[in-house]
Design a protein around this ligand. Structure first.
Ligand SMILES: Cc1cc2nc3c(=O)[nH]c(=O)nc-3n(C[C@H](O)[C@H](O)[C@H](O)COP(=O)(O)O)c2cc1C
Length: 466
């Protein structure tokens, strides 16, 4: 059930790959691994890979400014706000290491052209050609990458950005314009934000293109949204999950084995068909985008995301937990994790979260990395539908164990935990993005190179199930 599809095997990512001892990690008395951040510049220059796994998707991004077309591979693209429908992409702009170098050739074209095409190719030879063109072409020659890939392109519908003819899914976006949220507060005074070593661009989605056979249900996108991992320690007897869900009206489903389209997903409502792609245009004005109906307010199409389990302390040291699909890593130095938490009261799906208040009050949150297990998936469903306002002992009722003592509760059933200190928050329209600098990472004792987490950042496309 959890085995990675054959087509995805070459893209499999295992973490950790090396022995943790000696790699900056310390053992605690209880046998867990801990690592303090940020690292020194010297440590980063020697190795700037992420110090622990956060499950992030990867996409290809193109932009154009009239004279030049540029191509990049971006880790952790994330839908961060619902109305307006905004995607965040972050690019390293500060040289940290051979891996993390400044992407100025790309970002200057994006800033001049003001638009991008975020694209996904089916794992296989064509994706490999695009990735090889990126990897083998140094940043100053970014403009040669599209041609070097040898892949045919056409123009995006809403900008001059090139779109790979073979892309099965394309999100077209433009730098977001300044506006006001539903409370009349100003948002997006600038369409980008400098966060540590990275510049984060906020892109308002203008159009979504989906391969016609997928839009019509003949093929499906398969996305495994959580890592696979095998706990090796005997689990303390879990209380099990509550059958009763207090206060949960509309229920948001969740499966880490996501197939789109399928019975549980929204239908892609195309406006037209062009070049083998079904196309949905998003209304240019936010007011025209707002959907109050819980189902219609869902994301209009598949976009790959994982989920961070965001923990906070409430009054009387009671732990809270909020599963957050809009969680990503936006900067490497410091390492910044950003959950986007709903603040606008639109419907049951989009309503102010207690977690919003708690993060603001504590100036800290925890982010646990979930994995595929019946217990963890059941906990995500419970905690993602029941507010602590209705269920005081929410974490226990979700069936998870907690350890205290730190700035945020640690969910001891999960392999990886990040303790984050809030540097700032950004109001995005319906969601607040918290910028959380990671101060400490904690791993369970049974996370090791011999028992790593397995992740794949790409989705697969296959003929629809029977
Ligand atoms: C898979 C999943 C992903 C979710 N992602 C988000 C998100 O990105 N942002 C958000 O504000 N709520 C998200 N939610 C909803 C919250 O987890 C939910 O409203 C929760 O009950 C809030 O808890 P609280 O009120 O105790 O803070 C998600 C729910 C699920 C099941």
């Amino acid at each position: 059930m959890s085995a990675l599809a054959a087509a995805l095997q070459p893209y499999r990512y295992l973490w950790p790959r090396e022995d943790l001892a000696g790699a900056g990690w310390q053992r605690t008395a209880a046998g867990a691994w801990e690592r303090a951040l940020p690292e020194s510049r010297e440590m980063l220059a020697a190795d700037s890979r992420w110090p622990a796994l956060f499950p992030s998707p990867v996409c290809l991004v193109t932009a154009a400014d009239g004279a030049t077309v540029v191509l990049e591979r971006v880790v952790g693209p994330s839908i961060v706000n619902r109305f307006p429908y905004v995607l965040a992409l972050s690019f390293c702009v500060e040289p940290l290491s051979g891996r993390h170098y400044a992407r100025r050739a790309f970002t200057s074209v994006l800033e001049a052209g003001g638009a991008v095409a975020v694209q996904f190719l089916v794992p296989g030879p064509l994706l490999d050609r695009a990735l090889a063109a990126i990897e083998t072409t140094p940043e100053p020659e970014t403009a040669a990458r599209v041609a070097r890939s040898g892949l045919p392109t056409r123009r995006a519908l809403s900008s001059a950005a090139p779109v790979f003819t073979d892309a099965y899914l394309v999100y077209e976006g433009r730098l977001v314009r300044p506006g006001r949220d539903l409370d009349g507060e100003p948002i997006y005074a600038r369409p980008w934000l400098d966060v540590g070593s990275h510049r984060v661009f906020f892109l308002e989605i203008t159009a979504i293109q989906l391969r016609r056979d997928i839009a019509e249900g003949r093929s499906q996108i398969h996305w495994r949204s959580l890592p696979v991992w095998s706990p090796q320690l005997p689990a303390p007897p879990a209380g099990g999950q509550e059958a009763v869900w207090p206060g949960a009206g509309y229920q948001k489903g969740y499966t880490p084995h996501y197939a789109f389209p399928s019975a549980g997903t929204i239908a892609f409502e195309a406006d037209d068909v062009a070049g083998g792609m079904a196309v949905k245009h998003l209304p240019p004005e936010v007011a025209d985008q707002v959907e109050v109906d819980n189902d219609r307010a869902r994301w209009p199409c598949f976009f790959p995301s994982s989920v961070g389990l965001i923990t906070t302390w409430a009054a009387d040291d009671r732990p809270n937990l909020m599963p957050c699909g809009s969680t990503t890593v936006l900067s490497r130095h410091p390492l910044v994790i950003t959950p986007c938490v709903g603040y606008a009261a639109i419907n049951e799906r989009y309503a102010p979260r207690l977690t919003l208040e708690l993060i603001r009050k504590n100036r800290a949150f925890g982010c646990g990395v979930p994995f595929i297990s019946d217990q963890v998936v059941a906990a995500i469903k419970y905690a993602g539908n029941v507010s602590m306002q209705a269920a005081g002992d929410k974490v226990a009722r979700a069936g998870l164990a907690v350890e205290g003592g730190g700035p945020a509760p640690v969910l001891t059933d999960l392999p990886v935990h990040f303790d984050c200190e809030v540097l700032d928050e950004v109001r995005l329209g319906t969601h607040v993005m918290f910028l959380g600098a990671v101060r400490r990472i904690r791993l369970r004792p049974d996370v090791s190179a011999a028992n790593p987490l397995e992740w794949c950042p790409w989705a697969d496309v296959r003929p629809a199930d029977g």
